[in-house]
Ligand binder design. Sequence first.
Ligand code: MF3
Ligand code: CO
Length: 248
Amino acid sequence: MIKLKSKKEIEKIRASGKILAETFEIIKENLKSGITTKEIDNIAYDYIIKCGAKPAFKGYMGYPASICISVNDEVIHGIPSKRIIKEGDIVSLDLGVDLQGFISDSAITIPVGETGRDVQLLLKTTQECLFKGISMAVTGNRISDISKAIFIHAKKYNFGIVRDFCGHGVGFSVHEEPQIPNYINNGPNPRLKTGMVLAIEPMINIGGDEVIVMDDKWTVKTADKSLSAHFEHTVAVFDDRAEILTFL
Ligand code: MF3
Ligand code: CO
């Protein structure tokens, strides 16, 4: 069942998403070579608590931290640790905020220092995939319109598209129906309705589509060790537009 959200509820999710976007801004100021991923986790936790909210991922399915931090060939769900960020790394941050039961979800990938042209193309294209997907999130379209827009854009550059993880409904819990694949498929394909709140999240690799889960049962890496990028926004579906709720 897809749970529709009222205007009022969407405003609460937007308030949650604003705290999330602010948290990313603070992390960006601190994301330099030498910082550990655990230190980034602490920054996220402290700011979210200061705002009177909770980190939505902490404890979700047993996840042990506030934020997922996935570096280079790590795709998603990297657990903060003593790992030190170094010059040339690309760092994916994926964060959920719970403000009085209203959940927002967003991700960004940030280059630290100088990176190559290929890396810049990966980051730019993944972000473009997200915005092309978002532009399709209007009433009357179908989930597949979002999937198709993301897939076609990533394929222009022959990038790999992660299939084992998808976007999803969000707002009252971290993961709700419907699933939003980033590729063209024959699965369930509901029509979009006003009041749906969706987390759209392309995960794109320089190499192939294949990913593997590490022994920690969380960290997902590309099978071919190629670099991976992840951008995500929580958006609300309206008659004539999609509104991004995870903005400043
Ligand atoms: N960030 C993931 C998503 O976007 C969910 C994180 S799972 C958690 O769907 F366990 F880390 F919370
Ligand atoms: Co998500």
